[in-house]
Ligand binder design. Structure first.
Ligand SMILES: [Zn+2]
Length: 469
Protein backbone atom coordinates (compact mmCIF):
# COMPACT_ATOMS: atom_id res chain seq x y z
CA UNK A 1 0.00 0.00 0.00
CA UNK A 2 1.46 3.37 -0.89
CA UNK A 3 2.42 5.99 1.66
CA UNK A 4 -0.18 8.56 0.75
CA UNK A 5 -2.87 6.01 1.59
CA UNK A 6 -0.93 4.74 4.62
CA UNK A 7 -0.72 8.12 6.27
CA UNK A 8 -4.51 8.30 6.70
CA UNK A 9 -5.05 4.63 7.40
CA UNK A 10 -4.95 4.68 11.18
CA UNK A 11 -7.06 7.81 11.40
CA UNK A 12 -9.66 6.34 9.06
CA UNK A 13 -9.76 3.03 10.83
CA UNK A 14 -10.20 4.64 14.24
CA UNK A 15 -12.89 6.98 12.96
CA UNK A 16 -14.89 4.28 11.25
CA UNK A 17 -14.54 1.94 14.19
CA UNK A 18 -15.80 4.67 16.49
CA UNK A 19 -18.62 5.52 14.12
CA UNK A 20 -19.67 1.89 13.87
CA UNK A 21 -19.59 1.43 17.63
CA UNK A 22 -21.24 4.75 18.35
CA UNK A 23 -23.95 4.17 15.82
CA UNK A 24 -24.64 0.73 17.14
CA UNK A 25 -25.01 1.97 20.71
CA UNK A 26 -26.98 5.12 19.95
CA UNK A 27 -29.32 3.54 17.43
CA UNK A 28 -30.01 0.70 19.85
CA UNK A 29 -30.78 3.26 22.57
CA UNK A 30 -32.90 5.37 20.21
CA UNK A 31 -34.89 2.36 19.09
CA UNK A 32 -35.50 1.27 22.67
CA UNK A 33 -36.42 4.69 24.04
CA UNK A 34 -38.32 6.24 21.16
CA UNK A 35 -42.02 6.04 21.84
CA UNK A 36 -43.31 6.58 18.35
CA UNK A 37 -42.34 5.48 14.85
CA UNK A 38 -41.77 9.16 14.01
CA UNK A 39 -39.35 9.67 16.90
CA UNK A 40 -37.52 6.49 15.94
CA UNK A 41 -37.07 7.74 12.38
CA UNK A 42 -35.83 11.14 13.45
CA UNK A 43 -33.35 9.69 15.94
CA UNK A 44 -31.97 7.20 13.45
CA UNK A 45 -31.79 9.53 10.48
CA UNK A 46 -30.14 12.39 12.35
CA UNK A 47 -27.45 10.09 13.66
CA UNK A 48 -26.94 8.42 10.31
CA UNK A 49 -26.55 11.81 8.67
CA UNK A 50 -23.74 12.84 10.98
CA UNK A 51 -22.04 9.48 10.55
CA UNK A 52 -22.45 9.72 6.80
CA UNK A 53 -20.94 13.21 6.76
CA UNK A 54 -17.92 11.97 8.68
CA UNK A 55 -17.48 8.85 6.55
CA UNK A 56 -18.00 10.74 3.30
CA UNK A 57 -15.23 13.11 4.32
CA UNK A 58 -12.87 10.19 3.77
CA UNK A 59 -14.01 9.77 0.18
CA UNK A 60 -12.01 12.01 -2.09
CA UNK A 61 -14.40 11.88 -5.04
CA UNK A 62 -17.91 11.36 -3.73
CA UNK A 63 -20.40 12.42 -6.39
CA UNK A 64 -22.64 15.01 -4.69
CA UNK A 65 -26.26 14.15 -3.98
CA UNK A 66 -29.12 15.88 -5.75
CA UNK A 67 -32.50 14.85 -7.15
CA UNK A 68 -34.44 15.67 -10.31
CA UNK A 69 -37.36 14.39 -12.39
CA UNK A 70 -36.70 11.96 -15.26
CA UNK A 71 -40.33 11.95 -16.43
CA UNK A 72 -43.70 12.87 -14.86
CA UNK A 73 -43.82 11.20 -11.40
CA UNK A 74 -40.47 9.49 -11.93
CA UNK A 75 -37.45 10.83 -10.06
CA UNK A 76 -33.75 10.13 -9.73
CA UNK A 77 -31.46 10.98 -6.82
CA UNK A 78 -27.88 11.11 -8.03
CA UNK A 79 -24.79 10.30 -6.04
CA UNK A 80 -22.08 7.64 -6.27
CA UNK A 81 -25.00 5.50 -7.44
CA UNK A 82 -28.56 6.45 -8.26
CA UNK A 83 -31.75 5.92 -6.23
CA UNK A 84 -35.05 6.06 -8.14
CA UNK A 85 -38.52 6.91 -6.93
CA UNK A 86 -41.80 6.38 -8.77
CA UNK A 87 -44.59 8.44 -7.25
CA UNK A 88 -47.74 6.36 -7.65
CA UNK A 89 -49.99 8.84 -5.86
CA UNK A 90 -50.68 7.72 -2.29
CA UNK A 91 -47.38 5.86 -2.04
CA UNK A 92 -44.02 5.46 -3.77
CA UNK A 93 -41.98 2.63 -5.31
CA UNK A 94 -38.20 2.74 -4.90
CA UNK A 95 -35.71 1.17 -7.30
CA UNK A 96 -32.27 0.80 -5.68
CA UNK A 97 -31.33 2.64 -2.50
CA UNK A 98 -27.79 3.94 -3.11
CA UNK A 99 -24.59 3.86 -1.12
CA UNK A 100 -25.31 3.74 2.61
CA UNK A 101 -23.36 6.89 3.42
CA UNK A 102 -25.36 8.90 0.87
CA UNK A 103 -28.71 7.17 1.31
CA UNK A 104 -30.39 9.41 3.87
CA UNK A 105 -29.43 12.49 1.87
CA UNK A 106 -30.76 10.92 -1.33
CA UNK A 107 -33.96 10.08 0.52
CA UNK A 108 -34.35 13.63 1.76
CA UNK A 109 -33.62 15.10 -1.69
CA UNK A 110 -36.36 12.91 -3.19
CA UNK A 111 -38.80 13.71 -0.40
CA UNK A 112 -38.26 17.41 -1.02
CA UNK A 113 -39.68 16.79 -4.51
CA UNK A 114 -42.59 14.46 -3.71
CA UNK A 115 -43.16 14.76 0.05
CA UNK A 116 -43.01 11.90 2.53
CA UNK A 117 -45.24 9.03 1.45
CA UNK A 118 -45.57 5.38 2.41
CA UNK A 119 -43.22 3.08 0.50
CA UNK A 120 -45.13 0.21 -1.10
CA UNK A 121 -42.14 -1.53 -2.72
CA UNK A 122 -38.35 -1.37 -2.65
CA UNK A 123 -36.90 -3.18 -5.67
CA UNK A 124 -33.18 -3.96 -5.60
CA UNK A 125 -31.27 -4.36 -8.87
CA UNK A 126 -28.60 -6.52 -7.19
CA UNK A 127 -26.79 -7.04 -3.90
CA UNK A 128 -23.80 -4.68 -4.35
CA UNK A 129 -23.46 -2.28 -1.48
CA UNK A 130 -23.76 0.82 -3.66
CA UNK A 131 -27.30 -0.28 -4.62
CA UNK A 132 -28.77 -1.53 -1.35
CA UNK A 133 -27.24 0.79 1.26
CA UNK A 134 -30.40 2.78 2.04
CA UNK A 135 -32.90 -0.09 2.05
CA UNK A 136 -33.49 0.05 5.79
CA UNK A 137 -34.16 3.82 5.66
CA UNK A 138 -36.90 3.36 3.05
CA UNK A 139 -38.44 0.08 4.18
CA UNK A 140 -41.40 0.26 6.52
CA UNK A 141 -43.34 -2.56 8.16
CA UNK A 142 -45.64 -2.94 5.13
CA UNK A 143 -43.01 -2.40 2.42
CA UNK A 144 -42.34 -5.30 0.06
CA UNK A 145 -38.62 -5.70 -0.56
CA UNK A 146 -38.18 -7.36 -3.93
CA UNK A 147 -34.92 -8.93 -5.04
CA UNK A 148 -33.64 -11.78 -7.20
CA UNK A 149 -33.72 -15.29 -5.78
CA UNK A 150 -29.89 -15.33 -5.84
CA UNK A 151 -29.68 -12.04 -3.90
CA UNK A 152 -29.30 -13.60 -0.46
CA UNK A 153 -26.54 -15.97 -1.53
CA UNK A 154 -24.71 -13.18 -3.40
CA UNK A 155 -24.98 -10.90 -0.37
CA UNK A 156 -23.76 -13.76 1.85
CA UNK A 157 -20.54 -14.41 -0.02
CA UNK A 158 -19.84 -10.69 -0.51
CA UNK A 159 -20.18 -10.26 3.27
CA UNK A 160 -18.12 -13.35 4.11
CA UNK A 161 -15.32 -12.08 1.86
CA UNK A 162 -15.74 -8.41 2.78
CA UNK A 163 -12.21 -7.90 4.23
CA UNK A 164 -10.64 -9.53 1.16
CA UNK A 165 -12.82 -7.87 -1.46
CA UNK A 166 -12.76 -4.46 0.20
CA UNK A 167 -9.01 -4.10 -0.06
CA UNK A 168 -9.07 -5.31 -3.69
CA UNK A 169 -11.81 -2.78 -4.46
CA UNK A 170 -9.83 0.03 -2.87
CA UNK A 171 -6.95 -0.58 -5.30
CA UNK A 172 -9.40 0.10 -8.13
CA UNK A 173 -11.57 2.71 -6.39
CA UNK A 174 -8.98 4.64 -4.35
CA UNK A 175 -11.60 7.21 -3.26
CA UNK A 176 -13.32 4.66 -1.02
CA UNK A 177 -12.94 5.06 2.77
CA UNK A 178 -9.89 3.14 3.97
CA UNK A 179 -11.82 0.51 5.89
CA UNK A 180 -15.31 -0.91 5.43
CA UNK A 181 -17.92 0.11 7.97
CA UNK A 182 -18.55 -3.26 9.56
CA UNK A 183 -21.07 -2.39 12.25
CA UNK A 184 -24.18 -0.27 12.66
CA UNK A 185 -26.78 0.94 10.15
CA UNK A 186 -24.28 1.92 7.45
CA UNK A 187 -22.65 -1.53 7.28
CA UNK A 188 -23.26 -4.02 4.47
CA UNK A 189 -24.98 -7.37 4.50
CA UNK A 190 -28.29 -7.30 6.32
CA UNK A 191 -30.92 -6.80 3.63
CA UNK A 192 -33.68 -9.42 3.86
CA UNK A 193 -35.92 -9.50 0.78
CA UNK A 194 -39.57 -10.23 1.47
CA UNK A 195 -40.18 -11.43 -2.07
CA UNK A 196 -37.78 -13.02 -4.54
CA UNK A 197 -37.91 -13.36 -8.32
CA UNK A 198 -36.47 -16.32 -10.18
CA UNK A 199 -34.96 -16.47 -13.67
CA UNK A 200 -37.49 -16.77 -16.46
CA UNK A 201 -40.35 -15.57 -14.24
CA UNK A 202 -40.85 -11.79 -14.38
CA UNK A 203 -43.02 -10.31 -11.65
CA UNK A 204 -45.74 -7.85 -12.66
CA UNK A 205 -47.75 -5.61 -10.39
CA UNK A 206 -49.73 -2.36 -10.47
CA UNK A 207 -49.67 0.43 -7.94
CA UNK A 208 -51.74 3.63 -8.16
CA UNK A 209 -52.40 3.08 -11.87
CA UNK A 210 -48.72 2.46 -12.67
CA UNK A 211 -47.74 -0.88 -14.19
CA UNK A 212 -44.42 -2.41 -13.11
CA UNK A 213 -42.53 -5.43 -14.46
CA UNK A 214 -39.58 -6.73 -12.50
CA UNK A 215 -37.37 -8.68 -14.91
CA UNK A 216 -34.65 -11.12 -13.90
CA UNK A 217 -31.62 -10.11 -16.01
CA UNK A 218 -28.64 -12.09 -14.66
CA UNK A 219 -25.30 -11.35 -16.28
CA UNK A 220 -22.54 -8.83 -16.26
CA UNK A 221 -22.99 -7.52 -12.71
CA UNK A 222 -23.99 -10.73 -10.97
CA UNK A 223 -26.23 -13.75 -10.84
CA UNK A 224 -28.81 -11.68 -8.95
CA UNK A 225 -29.45 -8.89 -11.45
CA UNK A 226 -32.95 -7.47 -11.80
CA UNK A 227 -34.21 -4.76 -14.15
CA UNK A 228 -37.40 -2.74 -13.78
CA UNK A 229 -39.60 -2.04 -16.78
CA UNK A 230 -42.38 0.53 -16.84
CA UNK A 231 -44.32 -0.58 -19.95
CA UNK A 232 -46.58 2.50 -20.17
CA UNK A 233 -43.71 5.00 -19.90
CA UNK A 234 -41.30 2.70 -21.82
CA UNK A 235 -38.64 3.37 -19.20
CA UNK A 236 -36.13 0.64 -18.34
CA UNK A 237 -34.08 0.74 -15.13
CA UNK A 238 -31.14 -1.65 -15.47
CA UNK A 239 -29.00 -1.14 -12.36
CA UNK A 240 -25.51 -2.25 -13.36
CA UNK A 241 -26.57 -4.85 -15.95
CA UNK A 242 -24.85 -2.84 -18.68
CA UNK A 243 -22.20 -1.05 -16.61
CA UNK A 244 -21.95 2.69 -16.00
CA UNK A 245 -21.85 4.08 -19.55
CA UNK A 246 -23.84 3.08 -22.61
CA UNK A 247 -23.00 1.37 -24.83
CA UNK A 248 -19.77 -0.30 -23.78
CA UNK A 249 -18.14 -3.71 -23.72
CA UNK A 250 -19.28 -5.15 -20.38
CA UNK A 251 -17.24 -6.67 -17.60
CA UNK A 252 -18.18 -10.27 -18.36
CA UNK A 253 -16.28 -11.09 -15.20
CA UNK A 254 -14.72 -8.36 -13.09
CA UNK A 255 -11.04 -7.67 -12.52
CA UNK A 256 -11.80 -6.79 -8.89
CA UNK A 257 -12.88 -10.39 -8.19
CA UNK A 258 -16.36 -11.86 -7.53
CA UNK A 259 -17.90 -15.05 -8.76
CA UNK A 260 -18.12 -16.05 -12.38
CA UNK A 261 -21.37 -15.29 -14.20
CA UNK A 262 -22.94 -17.37 -16.96
CA UNK A 263 -22.22 -15.76 -20.34
CA UNK A 264 -25.18 -17.38 -22.10
CA UNK A 265 -27.52 -16.19 -19.36
CA UNK A 266 -26.22 -12.67 -19.93
CA UNK A 267 -26.88 -12.90 -23.67
CA UNK A 268 -30.43 -14.05 -22.91
CA UNK A 269 -30.85 -11.07 -20.56
CA UNK A 270 -29.70 -8.72 -23.32
CA UNK A 271 -32.18 -10.31 -25.74
CA UNK A 272 -34.98 -9.68 -23.27
CA UNK A 273 -33.93 -6.03 -22.88
CA UNK A 274 -33.70 -5.50 -26.66
CA UNK A 275 -37.23 -6.86 -27.15
CA UNK A 276 -38.68 -4.22 -24.79
CA UNK A 277 -37.89 -1.40 -27.22
CA UNK A 278 -37.34 1.07 -24.36
CA UNK A 279 -37.51 4.82 -24.91
CA UNK A 280 -35.38 5.61 -21.88
CA UNK A 281 -32.59 3.50 -20.38
CA UNK A 282 -31.70 4.37 -16.79
CA UNK A 283 -28.44 2.96 -15.42
CA UNK A 284 -27.47 2.59 -11.76
CA UNK A 285 -24.67 5.14 -12.22
CA UNK A 286 -24.48 8.27 -14.35
CA UNK A 287 -27.11 9.59 -16.74
CA UNK A 288 -29.96 7.96 -18.69
CA UNK A 289 -29.93 7.38 -22.45
CA UNK A 290 -33.01 8.47 -24.38
CA UNK A 291 -34.29 7.36 -27.80
CA UNK A 292 -35.56 3.92 -28.79
CA UNK A 293 -33.29 3.58 -31.79
CA UNK A 294 -30.10 4.49 -29.95
CA UNK A 295 -31.01 2.15 -27.09
CA UNK A 296 -31.88 -0.76 -29.37
CA UNK A 297 -28.71 -0.33 -31.43
CA UNK A 298 -26.51 -0.09 -28.34
CA UNK A 299 -28.05 -3.14 -26.68
CA UNK A 300 -27.81 -5.14 -29.89
CA UNK A 301 -24.18 -4.24 -30.33
CA UNK A 302 -23.35 -5.23 -26.75
CA UNK A 303 -25.11 -8.57 -27.21
CA UNK A 304 -23.40 -9.26 -30.54
CA UNK A 305 -19.99 -8.24 -29.17
CA UNK A 306 -20.31 -10.56 -26.16
CA UNK A 307 -21.50 -13.37 -28.44
CA UNK A 308 -18.62 -12.74 -30.84
CA UNK A 309 -15.96 -12.77 -28.11
CA UNK A 310 -17.53 -15.88 -26.62
CA UNK A 311 -17.68 -17.74 -29.94
CA UNK A 312 -14.13 -16.78 -30.96
CA UNK A 313 -12.81 -17.91 -27.59
CA UNK A 314 -14.56 -21.27 -27.90
CA UNK A 315 -13.32 -21.65 -31.48
CA UNK A 316 -9.74 -20.90 -30.39
CA UNK A 317 -9.94 -23.32 -27.47
CA UNK A 318 -11.11 -26.06 -29.81
CA UNK A 319 -8.27 -25.20 -32.22
CA UNK A 320 -5.77 -25.84 -29.41
CA UNK A 321 -4.72 -22.23 -28.92
CA UNK A 322 -3.53 -21.00 -25.54
CA UNK A 323 -5.41 -18.43 -23.52
CA UNK A 324 -2.48 -16.04 -24.07
CA UNK A 325 -2.70 -16.37 -27.86
CA UNK A 326 -6.44 -15.78 -27.74
CA UNK A 327 -6.11 -12.71 -25.51
CA UNK A 328 -3.75 -11.29 -28.11
CA UNK A 329 -5.69 -12.31 -31.21
CA UNK A 330 -9.37 -11.73 -30.47
CA UNK A 331 -10.55 -8.20 -31.19
CA UNK A 332 -13.94 -6.79 -31.97
CA UNK A 333 -14.58 -6.35 -35.72
CA UNK A 334 -15.22 -2.70 -36.74
CA UNK A 335 -19.00 -3.17 -36.95
CA UNK A 336 -19.06 -4.26 -33.28
CA UNK A 337 -16.63 -1.63 -32.00
CA UNK A 338 -17.48 -0.61 -28.42
CA UNK A 339 -15.89 1.43 -25.68
CA UNK A 340 -13.63 -0.68 -23.46
CA UNK A 341 -13.43 1.93 -20.74
CA UNK A 342 -15.10 -0.46 -18.27
CA UNK A 343 -14.90 -4.01 -19.61
CA UNK A 344 -12.00 -5.23 -21.72
CA UNK A 345 -12.19 -7.72 -24.60
CA UNK A 346 -8.88 -9.44 -23.76
CA UNK A 347 -9.95 -9.88 -20.13
CA UNK A 348 -13.30 -11.18 -21.35
CA UNK A 349 -11.41 -13.77 -23.43
CA UNK A 350 -9.39 -14.88 -20.46
CA UNK A 351 -12.37 -15.09 -18.12
CA UNK A 352 -14.46 -16.99 -20.69
CA UNK A 353 -11.54 -19.39 -21.12
CA UNK A 354 -11.36 -19.93 -17.38
CA UNK A 355 -15.14 -20.09 -17.04
CA UNK A 356 -15.10 -23.16 -19.26
CA UNK A 357 -11.68 -24.65 -18.47
CA UNK A 358 -11.16 -23.39 -14.88
CA UNK A 359 -7.78 -23.26 -13.21
CA UNK A 360 -5.56 -25.87 -14.86
CA UNK A 361 -4.17 -24.44 -18.09
CA UNK A 362 -2.23 -27.60 -19.10
CA UNK A 363 0.84 -25.40 -19.51
CA UNK A 364 3.04 -27.02 -16.90
CA UNK A 365 3.08 -29.80 -14.32
CA UNK A 366 3.96 -27.14 -11.74
CA UNK A 367 0.42 -25.72 -11.98
CA UNK A 368 -0.74 -28.78 -10.03
CA UNK A 369 1.30 -27.84 -6.96
CA UNK A 370 1.45 -24.84 -4.59
CA UNK A 371 4.88 -23.71 -5.82
CA UNK A 372 4.50 -20.82 -8.26
CA UNK A 373 7.22 -19.78 -10.69
CA UNK A 374 7.88 -16.81 -8.40
CA UNK A 375 9.28 -19.29 -5.86
CA UNK A 376 12.46 -19.52 -7.95
CA UNK A 377 12.74 -15.83 -8.86
CA UNK A 378 15.19 -14.93 -6.09
CA UNK A 379 17.57 -17.76 -7.01
CA UNK A 380 17.14 -17.09 -10.71
CA UNK A 381 18.08 -13.48 -10.02
CA UNK A 382 21.21 -14.60 -8.16
CA UNK A 383 22.26 -16.74 -11.11
CA UNK A 384 21.59 -14.14 -13.77
CA UNK A 385 22.61 -11.11 -11.73
CA UNK A 386 20.38 -8.15 -10.92
CA UNK A 387 22.34 -5.84 -13.24
CA UNK A 388 22.06 -8.22 -16.20
CA UNK A 389 18.32 -8.64 -15.58
CA UNK A 390 17.84 -4.87 -15.42
CA UNK A 391 19.72 -4.51 -18.72
CA UNK A 392 17.53 -7.21 -20.21
CA UNK A 393 14.46 -5.33 -18.99
CA UNK A 394 15.76 -2.19 -20.73
CA UNK A 395 16.31 -4.17 -23.94
CA UNK A 396 12.76 -5.53 -23.79
CA UNK A 397 11.46 -2.02 -23.25
CA UNK A 398 13.49 -0.75 -26.23
CA UNK A 399 12.00 -3.54 -28.32
CA UNK A 400 8.49 -2.34 -27.39
CA UNK A 401 7.80 -5.18 -24.95
CA UNK A 402 7.05 -3.53 -21.59
CA UNK A 403 5.32 -6.59 -20.11
CA UNK A 404 8.40 -8.73 -20.78
CA UNK A 405 10.43 -5.95 -19.19
CA UNK A 406 8.25 -6.21 -16.08
CA UNK A 407 8.92 -9.96 -15.86
CA UNK A 408 12.68 -9.31 -15.83
CA UNK A 409 12.23 -6.56 -13.23
CA UNK A 410 10.15 -8.80 -10.98
CA UNK A 411 12.86 -11.49 -11.02
CA UNK A 412 15.55 -8.90 -10.26
CA UNK A 413 13.50 -7.32 -7.45
CA UNK A 414 12.83 -10.73 -5.88
CA UNK A 415 16.60 -10.96 -5.46
CA UNK A 416 17.14 -7.37 -4.36
CA UNK A 417 13.93 -5.40 -3.63
CA UNK A 418 15.85 -2.10 -3.51
CA UNK A 419 17.82 -2.53 -6.78
CA UNK A 420 17.53 0.91 -8.32
CA UNK A 421 18.32 -0.14 -11.91
CA UNK A 422 15.48 -2.67 -11.75
CA UNK A 423 13.12 -0.22 -10.07
CA UNK A 424 13.89 2.42 -12.71
CA UNK A 425 13.27 -0.06 -15.52
CA UNK A 426 10.04 -1.11 -13.82
CA UNK A 427 8.95 2.52 -13.47
CA UNK A 428 9.62 3.14 -17.17
CA UNK A 429 7.84 -0.06 -18.24
CA UNK A 430 4.79 0.90 -16.15
CA UNK A 431 4.86 4.38 -17.66
CA UNK A 432 4.87 2.92 -21.20
CA UNK A 433 1.90 0.70 -20.31
CA UNK A 434 0.11 3.65 -18.74
CA UNK A 435 0.67 5.80 -21.83
CA UNK A 436 -0.59 2.99 -24.03
CA UNK A 437 -3.66 2.55 -21.80
CA UNK A 438 -4.45 6.26 -21.94
CA UNK A 439 -3.95 6.44 -25.70
CA UNK A 440 -5.69 3.13 -26.35
CA UNK A 441 -8.83 1.69 -24.80
CA UNK A 442 -8.65 4.00 -21.76
CA UNK A 443 -9.82 1.11 -19.56
CA UNK A 444 -10.28 2.82 -16.22
CA UNK A 445 -9.34 -0.16 -14.02
CA UNK A 446 -6.12 -0.71 -15.98
CA UNK A 447 -5.20 2.97 -15.69
CA UNK A 448 -5.89 3.12 -11.94
CA UNK A 449 -3.99 -0.11 -11.34
CA UNK A 450 -0.95 1.11 -13.31
CA UNK A 451 -1.00 4.48 -11.56
CA UNK A 452 -0.98 2.71 -8.18
CA UNK A 453 1.91 0.43 -9.21
CA UNK A 454 3.82 3.41 -10.56
CA UNK A 455 3.33 5.34 -7.34
CA UNK A 456 4.60 2.40 -5.29
CA UNK A 457 7.64 1.95 -7.57
CA UNK A 458 8.48 5.64 -7.30
CA UNK A 459 8.09 5.45 -3.51
CA UNK A 460 10.49 2.47 -3.43
CA UNK A 461 12.99 4.44 -5.52
CA UNK A 462 13.00 7.39 -3.16
CA UNK A 463 13.39 5.08 -0.16
CA UNK A 464 11.17 4.45 2.85
CA UNK A 465 9.66 7.53 4.43
CA UNK A 466 10.01 8.01 8.19
CA UNK A 467 6.21 8.30 8.47
CA UNK A 468 5.37 4.97 6.81
CA UNK A 469 4.97 1.84 8.86
ZN1 LIG B 1 -22.95 -0.09 -8.92
Amino acid sequence: MNRRLNSRRLEGRVLLWLLGGLAFAVVAAALTLATSEEARKVATTGLVDSMADAAEGFMTQATPVDAHALAPNIYQARGVSNTHLIDTGDSVVIFDTGLSIQATRQKRALEELVGEKPVSHVILSHSHQDHVGGTQFWAEAETRIIAHREFTEEQRYLKDLEPYLYQRNRRLFPWMPEEPITRGPLSFGHVVPTQTIRNGEPYKFSQGGFRFEVLPTPGAEGLDNLSLWLPDQRILFVGDTLGPIFPQFPNIFTMRGEKMRKPMEYIESLNRLIDLNAEMLVPGHLAPTRGAQEIREGLTRIRDAVQYVHDETVKGMNAGKTVWQLMEEIQLPPELALSQVHGRVSWGVRSLWEYYATWFHYDSTTELYPVPVRAVYAELGELAGVEALSRQARAALAAGEPVKALHFCEIALATDPGASAALEAQRDALQVLLNRARMGFETSYEIIWLEGELEMTEAALTGPSPASG
